[in-house]
Design a protein around this ligand. Structure first.
Ligand code: ZN
Length: 101
């Protein structure tokens, strides 16, 4: 077991863990039980953590989460009309062209 990262809340922690499992990196959420006593402990002690079952998955699992975090801030320029596209769109909202690979 190896601690991969800390999530801002249990809902996100669960999503990350599910995605890691789907990606072939078995992961679990730890410390969720502490959220009920938040306020009595330092906040950083209450955040849920993602733990990997297999240490050797660490690098690949981190890359997967980084990919996930990057998507909403993605920005690209449409090659057809030069429009700047931001967010998770894979199609130009101006002319309908698809994002270049
Ligand atoms: Zn366009």
């Amino acid at each position: 077991m190896r601690r991969l990262t800390r999530a801002p809340n249990t809902a996100i922690a669960q999503i990350w863990a599910d995605l890691l499992c789907e990606g072939g990196y078995p992961a679990t959420v730890q410390r969720q039980f502490l959220s009920g006593v938040a306020g009595e402990l330092p906040p950083d002690q209450c955040l849920p953590e993602i733990w990997l079952l297999h240490d050797e998955h660490e690098a690949a699992a981190k890359a997967l989460l980084a990919e996930l975090a990057r998507v909403p801030q993605r920005r690209w320029t449409c090659t057809a009309c030069s429009e700047q596209i931001e967010g998770g769109f894979e199609q130009c909202w101006n002319c309908g062209a698809l994002m270049p690979p």
